[in-house]
Ligand binder design. Structure first.
Ligand SMILES: Cc1cc2nc3c(=O)[nH]c(=O)nc-3n(C[C@H](O)[C@H](O)[C@H](O)COP(=O)(O)O)c2cc1C
Length: 379
């Protein structure tokens, strides 16, 4: 069973991820993890903090001579902006944050809550997800995340290969697939910032090269659609998750929703075993299992809750009405969230791969993967 937890506060000494159940024998590419950590800090609309520090992963345990050894892997990202002990408590909880509810629940301070609730923690979720992505690559599985809507304005997603999409996305400061529209969205973010306001958006993640049968139909807590929805929804500020056609499927007749099944004998060597679909409204998942088509999942991110023109709140001591507190903050973190959503999706898919093909070693997984495809081709 492949799983992970994280620890660490936003302005604490470091963030940590502890990954358990990672197979032995994978050569880790730390530089590739760092590229994604830096991408998570970027994207147009982020606050000053991101310019203060450049994240870097340290693989503390679970590796010998650059390769995983099957023991727990501890990842660390140092906070160069460490100052937690010097920081004061907040006096006025910010609506849309964990501030008020967490302070009441823990009978404690607002600071003690916001430091952990902050999306700074996702730095190590990205590190863990990128390690998972390297495992997926060994099986020809690739992932991409990009922004499809920002501030209520839809952004085109052209057709093309995942490699072409990655090139387009990496040209875009808002991590979308239409870099020629960058300026329009940069202007929108700037205007919103001038008004003391913030923006949300929609992110899409696609996973390609999947074999048929990851996940299960048999038990609710191991269905891959459910696992993915939890992982994505558990990212800070995500308020909706859609798989494939998502909510639109509820509004159309079945004939326009379900993907017909065809078979192309010339493609049986592919992980989809030659089963093709003229459409992919299911987003690559049927009955909680991958069906060999690309997995497509979307996340709705709410606008940043810390507003320079603050909403009404109360004073935590006196309970008298006061404006909410302003802490240094992003105006738009939708591009950054696309890096995080891709990482958490990659981790869940890798966990399902480990479940199906055994998690002790990469070599064994590969042998079992090949055997499964061979047997499934004859099924
Ligand atoms: C990449 C990313 C960056 C974020 N940056 C900020 C920020 O600078 N200021 C802020 O108030 N909220 C920010 N958030 C959102 C809060 O962390 C989140 O809304 C808050 O913890 C409450 O959790 P909830 O929205 O999931 O209920 C960010 C979220 C993400 C995904």
């Amino acid at each position: 069973m492949l799983r992970y937890w994280t620890a660490g506060e936003s302005h604490g000494k470091a963030l940590l991820a502890l990954i358990d159940g990672f197979p032995a024998g994978l050569l880790i590419d730390e530089a590739a993890i760092n590229v994604e950590l830096v991408r998570r800090q970027g994207g147009y609309g982020r606050g000053k903090r991101q310019q203060l520090e450049v994240d870097n992963v340290d693989v503390l345990t679970g590796v010998w001579q650059g390769k995983t050894i099957g023991s727990p892997i501890a990842l660390q990202v140092i906070n160069r902006d460490y100052k937690l002990e010097r920081l004061k408590d907040l006096e006025r909880p910010r609506p849309g944050h964990a501030d008020l509810t967490g302070a009441i629940k823990h009978l404690g301070s607002i600071r003690g809550i916001l430091e952990r609730a902050s999306a700074r923690e996702t730095a190590v979720r990205v590190a863990a997800g990128m390690l998972a992505k390297q495992l997926l690559a060994q099986f020809g599985i690739d992932t991409i995340g990009y922004v499809t809507e920002l501030g209520g304005v839809a952004i085109e997603t052209p057709s093309g290969s995942l490699a072409e999409h990655r090139r387009l996305r990496d040209e875009s400061e808002i991590y979308c697939l239409a870099p020629e529209q960058n300026q329009k969205f940069i202007d929108l973010i700037d205007q919103t910032a001038e008004q003391g306001d913030t923006l949300g958006g929609v992110i899409e993640v696609r996973v390609e090269g999947l074999p048929i049968g990851l996940g299960t139909h048999a038990q609710w807590d191991r269905k891959l659609d459910g696992r993915l929805a939890q992982a994505v929804m558990a990212v800070q500020a995500i308020k909706g998750v859609e798989i494939g056609m998502g909510f639109q499927a509820a509004r159309l007749p079945g004939s326009l929703v379900h993907d017909p099944i065809h078979h192309d004998p010339a493609r049986t060597h592919e992980p989809s075993l030659g089963y093709t679909r003229p459409s992919n409204h299911a987003g690559g998942l049927e009955g909680g299992m991958t069906n060999g088509q690309p997995l497509v999942i979307r996340a709705a991110k709410k606008p940043i809750a810390t507003l320079r023109k603050p909403l009404e709140s109360i004073n935590w001591e006196t309970k008298q009405p006061q404006k909410a507190q302003y802490e240094r903050s992003d105006v738009c973190a939708v591009p950054a969230a696309s890096v995080i959503i891709e990482a958490v999706v990659a981790f869940e898919v890798a966990a399902a791969l480990v479940d199906k093909f055994g998690g002790d070693s990469l070599l064994e997984m590969k042998a079992r993967y090949d055997l499964y495809l061979e047997m499934a081709r004859k099924a």
